[in-house]
Design a protein around this ligand. Structure first.
Ligand code: PNS
Length: 178
């Protein structure tokens, strides 16, 4: 039992689009594993967001980054996050908070999720300062325009971005497991 009388939180859900996973996400997942026995990285399958990478590709990249780490599960979800958390038996949602600008949106989601299901809490964690400005959206934009993103995403993600954009520029090139 925790000091609040509830069950000790052993499992946390870390949800997101992860299109693609960045070193900021990796940092939060690592921090999560220091606080929880298991962290489920839950990749949103939402094709209406027109992601660059398919859900399968996003899952595969995260699994490769955390290969051999039993405490980290990578899964997909659709529909309400709280329904997914309920199905998993989780009471904690972990989110990263980079700057004050994240707070408004994140606090609205956390409170809505609490309204939907009062026994789930959202826990915010700050990534390392080096990733305070890193987002999947900016990574894709900088990469697309020929800028350097080394050190902000895992090397294998940089490689997948390279292949993905090469394929987009030349749709007739043969994809190598893109
Ligand atoms: O990485 P993102 O795109 O900021 O992640 C947003 C995510 C996936 C956490 C959020 O869109 C979400 O929880 N979607 C599931 C649908 C849902 O539960 N919506 C109500 C949230 S209050």
């Amino acid at each position: 039992m925790s000091s609040t009388g509830g069950p000790t939180p052993r499992l946390a859900i870390y949800p997101g689009s992860f299109d693609p996973v960045t070193n900021g996400h990796v940092d939060i997942i690592e921090r999560g594993t220091r606080l929880f026995e298991r962290v489920v990285v839950a990749v949103l399958v939402n094709e209406s967001k027109a992601p660059l990478f398919s859900a399968g590709e996003r899952v595969q990249m995260i699994r490769e980054v955390f290969h051999g780490r039993a405490a980290i599960e990578v899964d997909t979800f659709d529909g309400l996050l709280v329904d997914y958390a309920r199905a998993k038996g989780a009471h904690v949602i972990v989110k990263g908070l980079r700057a004050v600008s994240d707070f408004e949106y994140e606090s609205h989601m956390a409170l809505m999720n609490r309204r939907l299901r009062g026994d789930i809490d959202t826990m915010f964690m700050m990534p390392a300062e080096a990733y305070a400005y890193t987002s999947s959206r900016l990574i894709k934009e900088v990469f697309r325009l020929g800028g350097e993103v080394g050190g902000l995403v895992p090397p294998l993600v940089e490689e997948r971005l390279r292949r993905k954009f090469a394929l987009r520029r030349d749709p007739h090139s043969v994809p190598r497991n893109v």
